[in-house]
Design a protein around this ligand. Structure first.
Ligand code: ADP
Ligand code: MG
Length: 912
């Protein structure tokens, strides 16, 4: 509580120049329109900015942030006694919480209206009370401001209920102290921040430690510079968890109870004071110190942390009732005065502050000294006044309300309590320094070791080099000595040689007597040596010339050899080639000779046989001519085995020699074997185009047809049909065949035959006939198409290929006729039901079948009259496929052209 003189933060001093950052939950809502006495004297309330103060860390202006003391009123519900005793009376107050107003009944018809920052009804939950009364203060403390929460009111109205309930049986009943600590512990970080607590009782102007009741006269210490109030004599317990805090409160409560019993008083006469110190280190702030040492990496981390110190004081005040009124406790008036001294001093101070009085009697009591910061100081303060509903206590209630109203007029100026933590900085610097010293020592030691190591190494190297040098020197010395000795020896030898050469007498080396003789000896030996050398040189020159010549010789011989080798290789290959040709020639000759021999023998045999026949005929022999036939068959066989020009020539000759008539006559022989042989011969003859006409002229065709009709032999049927098929290759013969009922006979054969080869021959014959434009109607009329289609029962691909060929031939003739305009109706093939088989086999995997059918389809498609049936029969899609996929380009083009030229097909394709 700042005095008017010393405190520069008195209400209103700076308020117009300061901003408020954050509105708080306890909104002041001054409504000057309310007509009530107390409200009309609005006083400092008009200056309210709607907030006790900004509780943000940003508000660090030295001037602080203005904030009025916030006051809430809480009504206790009627207790059991009141419910009975006051049953007939209305409550003395009426609350309008939504308007934050309280009406105090004066009498039945009149009441005074008061406005508070918060009006809490008898139904208000403990949680809500905490949130509106205490939470903003707690938050402010966490941000580094001082804060005070006080409860003022008559004994029994719920001060302790509001502040001090532990709520262990019912968590919802937890009071402000417990909830405040919960919020604090949740917000701080226990590694960097500390929370510590003192719990005290103030009674009869004595401060007693509730955590250590023996400590019962604790002095108040004021810092003359900052004006901060502290109780260094009180226990300060660090709190690390909620449980230990609750334990501490319980302990304090127990001590309070015991102390009051001893003092023969009630707790309602004492003030209970809980002090919570929150110390937090603030990160991310730069100080002057850190920027000065910014270049030093070691110092970078050593900027002094900023510590924010917040202090929360929770005061459960003594009962506000006048002592004299309840003077049943046996105290003297003086005692009674002392008991309530603090509370009345508080009231006086608040009055002075509310009225902007020059003197605020802060020093009058311990309570006001302790709370000097909480009223008109730099703390944020919340006051909850508790009232009961009973009309019997109307007077006390009214005085409580007035106390609250006056308190609302007190303005505080909040100041952030921030300071540099030089202590911990110095501690950290010490640690850092120690680390650096140790590191330096380590490095020094390492450096010395290294120097020592290098020195030893260098010494070792030097002695090694010296050793090596000595060795090398010795080696050189020995070598030179040896060389020297050798050259001496050589000279001596030379000398001896020279002496011998020139007939001198041996002069002992080293003799001093005959020095001149030695000199002349040496000179003559020099001359002879020179001569010798020139001689040797000459010899050497000669030698080298000789060697050169020899080398040249060798080279030329070598190249000759290579050339010879080359020519030999080419000669060899020529020889091989010639030899091969020779062999080929020999083989050819051998072959030709063999052929000639065969022909020769054949000729011989034939002429012999011919002679025989002639002789027999001359002799007028019977119809049997086995000899002829034997030769004939042997010829046929031969022809089958070795087909060749020579054989063909001989058959032609045979044909001439035996005579066609004779052969044909044998077709009607009674001897079945003979018939078979004969028909085979005729068939073979009919395969030759040159014979065909002759065979027909001689009645061979008729005979063959007869055989089809009369014989039941499958072989005869097969061979005869083959012969007919061969004959049916030309138009005249086709007409002849048809004229002689050949198609009927072929149809019967087709119906009866089972052998695929027979069927192939018959189908081939009919297929040939199908290609004749003139015979179309007749062929079909006589069942030719049906016969053809009937043969597909045999699934042999050779048979099917012939059937497909016949169909294609027939279709081609028809398309020709339709193009010439001679045919207008739909195809006879379709009439006879060929289409399904055609469609079914249009994509047959055997290419001879597929090709003929593809052609047949194209031909059929060219006649528009067939289109409808082809579409319904699925032939259209086959045509489309052919036009796209057929590997033969001509057929593909034909199919495409056909498709595009047919309006019916085009319409169908479009429709789909
Ligand atoms: P004070 O501390 O002001 O003397 P207490 O807190 O001891 O009053 O309350 C007196 C009695 O009233 C206690 O039994 C308490 O449980 C009850 N009481 C107080 N306030 C309330 C409330 N808001 N709701 C219910 N009971 C209450
Ligand atoms: Mg109490």
């Amino acid at each position: 509580m700042a005095t008017s003189g010393g405190g520069s933060y008195r209400n209103g001093t700076h308020r117009s120049s300061l901003k408020v950052d954050r509105p708080l939950s306890m909104n002041s809502n001054p409504k000057t329109s309310v007509k009530s006495k107390p409200l009309s004297s609005s006083g400092p309330r008009r200056s309210s900015t709607g907030s006790i103060g900004a509780a943000t860390g940003a508000a660090k202006d030295d001037a602080g942030v203005p904030g009025r003391v916030r006051v809430a009123v809480r009504l206790r519900p009627r207790n059991a006694e009141e419910s009975v005793a006051d049953a007939d009376f209305a409550d003395c107050v009426e609350l309008q919480p939504e308007l934050k107003r309280l009406k105090l009944r004066k009498n039945n018809w009149d009441s005074d209206t008061y406005e508070f920052d918060e009006v809490l009804t008898e139904f208000a939950s403990q949680k809500r009370v905490y949130e509106v009364v205490a939470k903003p203060v707690v938050e402010s403390v966490l941000d580094g401001y001082n804060g005070t929460i006080m409860a003022y009111g008559q004994t029994g109205t719920g001060k302790t209920y509001t502040l001090g309930r532990l709520g262990e049986e019912d968590t919802a009943a937890r009071g402000i102290m417990v909830r405040a600590m919960e919020d604090i512990l949740a917000d701080v970080s226990l590694e960097t921040d500390t929370v510590s607590v003192s719990y005290l009782q103030l009674y009869m102007e004595t401060i007693q430690d509730l955590l250590d009741p023996a400590n019962d006269n604790i002095p108040i210490v004021e810092d003359p510079k900052t004006g901060d109030v502290s109780l260094p004599g009180a226990n300060l317990v660090e709190i690390r968890d909620q449980k230990s805090f609750v334990e501490l409160l319980r302990l304090g409560e127990a001590h309070r109870f015991a102390a009051n019993t001893k003092l023969n008083t009630e707790s309602s006469r004492s003030h209970a004071i809980l002090m919570v110190h929150v110390k937090r280190s603030v990160k991310g702030k730069h100080s002057a110190l850190s920027s000065e040492n910014g270049n030093n990496p070691h110092m970078k981390t050593l900027k002094p942390a900023i510590v924010r110190k917040g202090k929360l004081v929770v005061v459960d005040l003594a009962g506000s009732e006048r002592i004299d009124k309840s003077g049943s406790e046996g105290h003297t008036l003086e005692e009674a005065k002392s008991i309530n001294l603090s509370l009345s001093a508080l009231g006086k101070c608040i009055n002075a502050l509310a009225e902007n009085s020059v003197h605020v009697p802060v020093r009058d009591s311990k309570l006001t000294r302790l709370l000097r910061d909480s009223f008109g100081g730099t703390a944020r303060t919340s006051l909850v006044i508790t009232i009961g509903p009973s009309p019997r206590h109307r007077g006390e209630t009214a005085s409580t309300i007035m106390f609250g109203q006056r308190a609302m007029k007190v303005e505080n100026m909040l100041k952030l309590k921030e300071e540099f933590d030089y202590k911990s900085l110095s501690r950290r610097l010490d640690i850092q320094l120690d680390k650096l010293i140790a590191e330096h020592e380590r490095q020094q030691k390492a450096f010395e070791n290294e120097i020592e190591r290098i020195t030893t190494e260098a010494q070792n190297r030097i002695s090694e080099v010296e050793r090596n040098y000595e060795d090398a020197l010795e080696g050189e010395r020995v070598k030179y000595q040896r060389d020297y000795m050798e050259s001496i020896k050589k000279l001596e030898e030379q000398l001896v040689k020279n002496q011998q050469k020139h007939g001198f007498e041996k002069v002992p080396v080293g003799s001093e007597n005959d020095c001149s003789a030695l000199t002349s000896n040496t000179e003559s030996s020099k001359i002879s040596a020179i001569e010798e050398v020139s001689e040797l040189k000459k010899l050497l020159q000669k030698e080298s010339l000789l060697r050169k010549a020899a080398e040249e010789e060798v080279n030329s011989l070598k190249s000759q050899l290579a050339q010879w080798k080359r020519s030999e290789a080419s000669g060899n290959s020529e020889i091989i080639k010639l030899r091969k040709m020779l062999e080929d020639e020999a083989r050819q000759k051998e072959k030709l000779e063999g052929e000639i021999a065969i022909l020769h023998s054949q000729l011989l045999q034939i002429s012999f046989e011919a002679d025989e026949t002639r002789r027999r005929l001359d002799r007028g022999g019977s119809g049997k001519v086995p000899g002829d036939l034997d030769s004939l068959f042997s010829q046929v066989k031969l022809q089958q085995q070795e087909p060749g020009n020579g054989e063909k020539a001989s058959i032609a000759k045979l044909f001439e020699q035996v005579g066609l008539q004779k052969i044909l006559s044998l077709l009607e022989s009674e001897d079945a074997d003979l018939r078979i042989h004969a028909v085979k011969v005729v068939a073979n003859l009919a395969a030759e185009e040159t014979n065909q006409e002759k065979i027909v002229e001689a009645g061979g065709l008729t005979s063959l047809l007869m055989l089809l009709r009369s014989s039941e032999n499958e072989t005869i049927h097969r061979v005869a049909a083959g012969a007919i098929a061969n004959l049916a290759m030309n138009e005249t013969n086709q007409e002849l065949i048809m004229g002689q009922g050949g198609i009927g006979l072929l149809s019967i054969t087709a119906a009866n035959a089972e052998d695929p080869q027979t069927l192939r021959m018959v189908a081939g014959a009919i297929a040939n006939l199908c290609g004749n434009d003139k015979l179309q109607m007749k062929l079909r009329g006589e069942g030719g198409i049906k016969a053809l289609l009937g043969m597909v029962r045999c699934r042999h691909p050779d048979v099917l290929a012939q059937v497909a060929r016949g169909i294609a031939n027939f279709a081609k003739c028809e398309s020709r006729a339709s193009m010439q305009g001679t045919k207008t109706e739909r195809s006879l093939l379709i009439e006879d039901g060929a289409l399904p088989w055609i469609v079914q086999n249009a994509n047959n995997e055997a290419s001879p079948i597929r090709r003929h059918i593809e052609l047949a389809l194209c031909h059929l498609a060219q006649h528009e009259a067939n289109a409808k049936d082809m579409i319904s029969g699925g032939a259209l899609w086959e045509l489309v496929r052919i036009s796209r996929d057929c590997s033969r380009e001509d057929i593909r083009t034909l199919a495409h052209r056909t498709l595009t030229s047919s309006p019916a097909f085009q319409a169908e394709i479009r429709r789909l």
